[in-house]
Design a protein around this ligand. Structure first.
Ligand code: F6R
Ligand code: ZN
Length: 191
């Protein structure tokens, strides 16, 4: 069996995980196929606006049986009516689950099975969310401050982004009368 060194890391409420080994940044241009209001996306990009939507700091491992730990910071904002969110993915290894721990801010997690059934839970401080095997997941910042949460998941999960990129989620989380609302995605399933 390969050995892995124990470690401890500092996790701040602002989402900094130190030391980390990867930092992933997603801007509007990386998410242009994901937001539903394509005109709002193209308008912003054509004006040279390419805002930062989210950042992930991660401590990852390679061996089966180990855990990856990642901290995500989703900035507050909207594209059209739709709140900023993560791309969302299924795990390649279907039998893997995940736990999210809310650190600061407020948001929702959209989960969806292969048949398109959707489950929604809150992400906020002092709450954890358990994502069982087989559910795609996307986090959405519905607040006015940064949404920060910690994710812990098996290191051999793998990420399938393609299914969600092509089909989307069956629900969208949008602002209506100043508040978050869950609506049907009119383009769900259209590749
Ligand atoms: C890992 C996980 C999270 C996300 C992160 C960014 O399995 O679910 O650490 O990777 O919140 O979201 P994506 O990966 O969908 O861009
Ligand atoms: Zn995941």
């Amino acid at each position: 069996m390969m050995t892995s060194e124990p470690y401890s890391a500092k996790l701040s409420k602002t989402g900094m995980l130190l030391p980390y080994n990867t930092r992933t940044e997603r801007r509007l241009a990386d998410l242009r196929e994901y937001f539903s209001d394509k005109r709002a996306v193209e308008d912003a990009l054509s004006k040279g606006e390419n805002p930062l939507i989210y950042v992930v700091y991660e401590i990852s491992r390679k061996t089966e049986g180990e855990l990856n730990v990642g901290c995500t910071i989703i900035y507050p904002g909207k594209v059209g009516d739709e709140y900023y969110f993560t791309k969302g993915h299924f795990h390649v290894k279907e039998a893997t689950s995940e736990v999210y721990i809310g650190m600061s801010g407020e948001g929702l997690i959209l989960m969806q099975d292969k048949e398109g059934r959707v489950f929604i839970e809150e992400i906020k401080p002092e709450m954890i969310v358990y994502i069982p095997p087989g559910l795609a997941h996307r986090s959405v910042n519905t607040g006015r401050t940064e949404l920060v949460f910690l994710a812990i998941y098996p290191s051999d999960s793998g990420h399938d982004y393609e299914t969600i990129r092509k089909r989307g989620f069956a629900k969208l989380i949008v602002e209506r009368d100043g508040r978050p609302a869950v609506i049907d995605n009119p383009n769900y399933g259209r590749d």
